[in-house]
Design a protein around this ligand. Structure first.
Ligand code: GTP
Ligand code: MG
Length: 354
């Protein structure tokens, strides 16, 4: 998901924008009273529009929280707080409605006034109330701006694509594997709650694009070493992952004994018991065991084809794989190349009177 939310102004900035635009509204009239009425009405209308448009845009651009895929819902809850976000969006909506009502009422009042002073009083009061409503939600606007930055920086993970999550102790070769079996260069992103970089690679499964997600800081050490945020993040992963590839390093050059790695694998199997897990041994170029696990070398590419086939097979239950034919590939490369039905001759077509 790619959140592309535009910056959120704080109260002061929004007031400057609204009052600044309004100050340019100057109308003509046959008498000073008529001139004043028209000008003040135009200013008030302009303020109502600017504020309604700007605050309305925030509401439109922030995701509808209920409609978010579970993975994003959980991650957003961790980094921002769903309740706080809802509250702030609600507060901004409240300010939008109050400003609109106040300013439009004032614009209506102006019409029946007979004194320049009265009109000026109404204008001042409407401006002051607008200022007050927006300042009351300044904290919410600032919170939305902070949230926006966090949302925009989230890694772009497609919740509806088949997803393979790579787990295993640090240094076992997770990033190497993701980069080796991805068709392009994995995208590097950061979760706003960890300083480590998440790698997201893709490869094709027939017509589908499968995501391969390297998750440093989440599934790379025992539960008791994780903080609350990481715990929650693991929960979020559960909703996303269709398959976990657990990577072992039997050479132990990663710095962790194989026995410890096996304990972590068992723990993840228990913790994410709904997600299928496949055990893979990496670095066979250094150490090859006689276990029944798939054996690869992410570094020199050994057996990566077999691993991909296994992944494909496991995922094919959930995502029936329709193979891409050579003809399809030609068509994708050059849509003009596919044979077409000949166009019907003009006199074969029926023309109807309109
Ligand atoms: N000999 C050998 N080295 C490998 C292999 N795969 C990875 N390595 C090396 O192991 C080291 C760690 O690899 P990474 O891919 O960074 O490991 P990681 O699991 O992503 O580590 P963290 O991101 O710290 O959790 C690097 O020096 C890799 O070059 C392999 O198949 N054989
Ligand atoms: Mg890594």
């Amino acid at each position: 998901m790619d959140f592309n939310i535009t910056p959120v102004l704080n109260a002061e900035q929004l007031l400057d924008k609204a009052f600044g635009r309004a100050s340019k509204k100057i109308k003509q009239g046959n008498t000073p009273l008529e001139r004043k009425k028209k000008t003040v009405s135009a200013k008030l209308n302009s303020i109502a529009h600017t504020i309604e448009d700007t605050l309305g845009r925030y509401e439109d651009e922030f995701p509808t929280l209920e409609a978010l895929p579970e993975f994003y819902f959980e991650i957003i809850d961790i980094i921002i707080g769903i309740d706080k976000l809802k509250k702030s969006i609600g507060a901004v909506n409240w300010a939008k409605r109050r400003v609109k009502r106040t300013v439009m009422e004032a614009a209506r009042d102006v019409v029946s006034q007979e004194s320049l002073d009265e009109i000026e009083k109404i204008r001042r009061k409407a401006y002051a109330r607008t200022d007050s409503f927006l300042k009351q939600v300044n904290d919410d606007l600032e919170f939305l701006e902070e949230s926006r930055k966090k949302l925009n920086s989230l890694p772009d993970i497609k919740a509806d694509h088949p997803s393979v999550v790579v787990a295993g102790y640090p240094n076992v070769g997770k990033s190497e594997l993701v980069s080796q079996i991805s068709s392009g260069k994995p995208k590097i992103a950061k979760y706003p709650f960890t300083t480590k970089e998440v790698g997201i690679g893709h490869f094709r499964l027939g017509y589908q694009t499968c995501q391969l997600i390297d998750t440093p800081g989440m599934l790379d050490r025992p539960k008791e070493e994780r903080n609350d945020i990481e715990m929650q993040a693991v929960k979020a992963l559960e909703s996303l992952a269709d398959l976990i590839v657990f990577l072992f390093d039997p050479s132990e050059t990663c710095g962790y004994p194989l026995e410890k790695q096996e304990i972590l694998c068992d723990e993840i199997k228990r913790e994410l018991s709904d997600v299928e897990l496949v055990e893979v041994e990496n670095k066979v170029d250094i150490e090859r065991t006689d276990s029944g696990r798939i054996k690869i070398s992410a570094l020199n590419g050994e057996n990566l084809g077999e691993l991909k086939e296994s992944i494909k097979e496991i995922l094919s239950d959930k995502y029936p794989i329709k193979e891409v034919s050579d003809e399809d590939l030609d068509y994708f490369a050059d849509p003009g190349s596919a044979p077409r039905e000949p166009f019907p001759e003009l006199d074969e077509m029926e023309f109807k009177d309109r």
